[in-house]
Structures are given as C-alpha cells and as structure tokens.
Design a protein around this ligand. Sequence first.
Ligand code: OAD
Length: 242
Amino acid sequence: MNIVILTGAGISAESGLGTFRDKDGLWTRYRIEDVATPDAYARNPALVHEFYNLRRHGLRAAVPNAAHFALADLERRHSGGFLLVTQNVDDLHQRAGSQNVLAMHGQLQNALCAGCGHVWPAPDLMFPEDRCACCDAPLCRPDLVWFGEDVRFLDQIIAATEKADLFALIGTSGNVHPAAGLMELARECGAATVEINLEPSAVASAADRVILGRATEMVPRWVADILSGQSGGSHRMAGPSE
Ligand code: OAD
C-alpha cells in the first residue's frame, strides 16, 4: 500500500507555531503582499527579514508533538511506499524522525542566495546587507517559496499522489494551490482519502472520511488504526469523541 500524506500549519499548532488563517493566524496580523512575495522583498527587505527572523526564533523554541512523532512511526513501521509532503517551513517532521519528507514551500531554517542559489543554515537573524559566502552578493533571503514562486518537488509529489492507495490531508485549510488540489487528484486516481483537521478544509468534499479534532489526539489514533490494519475508508464524518 502506498501512503501519501500532506500536512499544513495545523499539525504544528500544538507545538506553539501559529497557523495562517485561523483566528489570530499570521495572515490576520500581516499582509501576504507585505512579507511573503518577491515584490515585498524587493520593496522592503528589512521588513521581510524581520518577519522571518521572528518566525525562525519561534521555531528554535518549538519541539515536535505527538502528531509529528506518530507520522514518523507510521513511516518506520509501514511496509509499503510512504511520502510525507509538507507545506510547512518548520523542520518538526524531520526532527520527529520522518525521513521521506518533501517540503514543498521550502525550509525556514535555511538561507538562500538569490544571486547564485547557494543554500546554508540560516543564522538567528538575517539582514538585507548580509552577503553570500559564495558569490558575495547582498541577496540573502530565507530559503522559502513565496506567493508567485514555483513550489518545490511538484512533479515528484504529483507522481506519488497518482500512485497513492491512501492519501491523508492533515492540518491544512486547503486554500493554497497546488497543494490544495492533491487530495482531489489522489481520489480521482483511486486512493482512499482522509482529512484530519480542526474544521473541514476548503477541499473536504474530496475526502472519503473527515476526522475533526486536534492533531495530537487524532493523528496518533488514526496511525494506530492503520498499523493495526483497521484503516478502511469509511464515509462518515467523525468528531473528537470517535
Ligand atoms: P492555514 O492556517 O490556512 O490552515 C490551518 C489548518 O489547520 C486549518 O484547517 C485549521 O482548522 C487546522 N488546525 C489548526 N489547529 C489545529 C490542530 N491543533 N489540529 C488539527 N488541525 C488544526 O495553514 P495551511 O493550510 O498550512 O504558504 O496554509 C497553507 C499555506 O498558506 C502555508 O504553507 C503558507 C500559507 O500562506 C506560504 O507561505 C507559501
């Protein structure tokens, strides 16, 4: 059985990292066009660096939670194919022990030279005047995908999704494409689909099964079901009391 999992900010919420679109989410306090586009960086790199410096600081203090560990355990113990696709720029899946992870929106803990493409571990604080150690250009930025830029590993992600027997969407609102279209693609290609979220996502209609509740509670329970061979794609809407 091939398993593909897509995660979003909700899986890291209980590690203390903010989500984007929930009440008090990052996009209620900052405008995407001020901090998360190439134009924003060109216009005001200091503000963009300040935004990501704060997020990097938050990430350093965060640790993986039970949901991250459960997915790492699933990968370790599952005998078929396994791919974890994440929209998250934190490294909590990797720190929990997940191996086959594709971070389609990049990685906050790395820096990238927009001049020569050199990537290195980001320092705590980045500033517009920083220079690349390779080419000396003052074009250092977080190693992230901004709105309007191409997501990473898309061909690989689509190929795995088309071959999935089980596709799970966890902790994402399903508002950002192309990630948001993957569950529908998996279903069209014959996978059983499941969503685990606090509230149904914008793409919940593509889920055979929607499990509503906190990731730290629902993900370990769902993983235990799969590992004990009870995963089945039932079609009911289930709540936290399931
Ligand atoms: P959102 O903030 O849009 O959605 C978070 C989802 O997590 C919502 O569906 C919540 O219901 C759910 N959620 C919150 N707390 C949860 C918990 N404890 N347990 C389970 N679910 C919980 O975040 P994403 O969908 O990840 O992109 O956002 C997608 C992309 O938009 C991000 O990668 C980022 C953002 O702009 C870029 O910056 C390029």
